[in-house]
Design a protein around this ligand. Sequence first.
Ligand code: FDA
Length: 302
Amino acid sequence: MPVLRDVFINLSQNQFLNSAAQKYGLKLGAQSVVAGTNIPEVIASMKDLNAQGISCTVDYLGEFVYEKFEATKAKEQIIAVIEAIRENGLDAHISVKPSQLGLDIDFDFCYENLVEVVEKAAQYNMHVNLDMENYERLQPSFDIFDKLSAVYDNVGTVIQAYFFNSQEYIEKYKNCRLRIAKGAYKEAADVAYQDKHDIDLNFIELIEYHLLHGKFTSIATHDHHIINHVKRFVKDHKIPNDKFEFQMLYGLRKDMQVELAKEGYNFCTYVPFGEDWYGYFMRRLAERPQNINLVTKQVFTK
Ligand code: FDA
């Protein structure tokens, strides 16, 4: 399985395949985990989720952004999504990757793009989450987050449990709304745990710390062992439901998503959309090669 994981992670980083995939639309089964290529499609998906008592965080997909015009286009699209959420009265907020808005081009340019997004969202009382990417981008992303959160209170970010330094970050950012996830990228052994058991243990520690000492916690996982542990933990420590939510990715463990919402927990689905779906989809296959079933199903039912 680790070999397959590396294969899919390497594929996710292939720019040639990424641009080829954009040309051919949502193929290879990606439509099972991507909620469409345009705003009307993603709005329709979010309406369905809201109708089931599930809130949404929407991600306009985009990777390998090395040109300013692309970052500007992405920013405009994200602002259009914010307007569409507002117009449709949806229970939804925004997730955005700093690199999509120009982190790899220029720090200040990226910051200014994010300011526009965060200010537009603030007008409508909407939260914006800065997704976290790979280790090289970790510190620059936290630097941007520091600048943003000093001015705006509708921003939050992600702590990735596979990093050795995640404990420092969870303490530093305890007054922020945080999503805690295991971590999706391939990282070196000198900066990140490689063993699933170590990652899971650290994940639980981070979640418990933020539930006890922090602001709002988004627990982002499809792992029922972790979810059951959290259910017991919040009960034992009398942590009210409005202090946390569970999050899962669009299209994965759909029954469990609905069930958790029905049980009365806050539940939020991460809803990606857009034409640039390739890298995102490959990372999902890397995490869980069984997702390849999604691919074969699509290929053979066409
Ligand atoms: P993991 O993959 O460790 O699986 C554990 C167990 O759960 C499996 O053995 C299986 O039993 C069960 N399971 C998992 N998936 C299943 C499925 N589809 N069906 C049935 N059983 C399943 N990463 C990052 O680096 N930066 C980020 O900003 C984010 N953001 C983010 C948001 C949200 C909402 C989510 C859910 C995840 C992220 N991630 C992320 C990704 C995250 O870091 C991680 O890579 C994936 O969630 C995979 O780890 P899990 O905890 O889901 O379970």
